[in-house]
Design a protein around this ligand. Structure first.
Ligand code: SF4
Ligand code: SF4
Ligand code: SF4
Length: 328
């Protein structure tokens, strides 16, 4: 029997990019295989749920789980993996803070179902059929996972030990995290692995062009304006979230002349990334006139959720409070 520690990889509501991030390890994945035995990785290898059920509780050293939780199958699987694992890691923005699928929380389940099964432009469904968890046809019973009312980040469903940030986590961040895990020198529970503890600006090549204080009369949309090269994007009026975002990606987007949209998530001690990002952007507006401020914001971001909560709506304290008030 193998003496190697066991690891598992699983995806929930995910685009597959986080699985790609593991594959991007290229030859470094061989070092992982040398050090550990993969006992579950449904996207790449033929494992079944039974294989996990047959393991002893705590037998898996680490489970890397990406994607957010949106349906009953995902909830069951992450609970099973939690039971069987010593360490559970939320891998990537979707598992860490709810990610892009979490933006669906700005709609109710009914609104989503209505769009996809009734109102969408390409939908043809004259009998208004909807998916149901149990379905019987010609004496055969079928079951599909139940689609939940909202999207959850992983630690809203199970206890999580560590977080690996990014949409998707970069190769270096994944490699650093794996090195930390196998070093045996584990940081305190709840830590973010593999990334920096400082804001992205600290590693941005344009940081030298960013003045101490920035004030703006307008924000520019990246889809309508071309930024100048070699000049901090924020002072040009693009909403670069580098000052409030954890570093570690080596400023990938900025190097491609695109503002940081915040996929590495909050710095230590910040609970609500979107609220922090919003108050940071609001603090840059050079006006005391309420009407002018409203005009600047409305022209720039008709839908602020998609900018400040692009990766973290399910972890928004404001959203949670509103949701609870509405009985959600
Ligand atoms: S974090 Fe990004 S890359 Fe990973 S599953 Fe979510 S959307 Fe895809
Ligand atoms: S471009 Fe963005 S990340 Fe770079 S220094 Fe300016 S604000 Fe910071
Ligand atoms: S620059 Fe920002 S959005 Fe782009 S990869 Fe880095 S943290 Fe993510």
């Amino acid at each position: 029997m193998s003496e190697k520690p066991k690891i598992a990889l699983y995806w929930c509501a995910s685009c597959g990019g986080c699985e790609e991030a593991v594959v991007d390890l290229a030859e470094d994945i061989l070092q992982v295989v040398e050090k550990a035995e993969i006992v579950f990785w449904p996207v790449a290898m033929d494992f079944k749920r039974k294989d996990v059920e047959n393991l002893k509780d705590g037998e898996i050293l680490v489970s890397f789980i990406n994607g957010s939780v949106r349906n009953s199958e995902q909830e069951e699987m992450v609970k099973l993996l939690r039971k069987k694992s010593k360490i559970v890691i939320a891998f990537g923005s979707c598992a860490y803070t709810g990610g892009i699928p979490g933006l669906a929380n700005s709609y109710s389940k009914e609104e989503i179902m209505n769009y996809y099964y009734k109102e969408g432009l390409t939908v043809f469904n004259p009998e208004d059929k909807r998916p149901t968890p149990q379905y019987i046809e010609k004496n055969l019973a079928f079951e599909i996972p139940e689609f939940y009312e909202r999207v959850y980040a992983l630690d809203q469903v199970i206890d999580v030990d560590y977080y690996i940030p990014g949409c998707a986590p970069t190769r270096n961040v994944v490699k650093n995290s794996i090195d930390t895990l196998f070093s045996g020198n584990l940081p305190p529970k709840g830590s973010v692995l593999g990334a920096s503890s400082k804001a992205l600006c600290n590693e941005c090549p344009l940081n030298d062009t960013k003045p101490e204080k920035i004030t703006l009369k307008e924000f520019k949309r990246i889809d309508k304006n071309q930024p100048e090269k070699d000049k901090c994007l924020l002072i040009q009026g693009f909403a670069c979230l580098g000052p409030v975002t954890r570093g570690g990606c080596e400023a990938l987007c900025v190097k491609a002349n695109y503002p940081c949209t915040g996929c590495f998530g909050p710095l230590d001690g910040i609970e609500d990334y979107g609220a922090k990002a919003l108050s940071f952007l609001a603090s840059l507006i050079d006006s005391n006139n309420e009407e002018e401020i409203e005009k600047i914001i409305n022209e720039w971001m008709p839908n602020p959720l998609g900018i400040v909560y692009k990766y973290s709506l399910p972890k928004s304290l404001i959203f949670e409070t509103k949701n609870k008030k509405n009985g959600g």
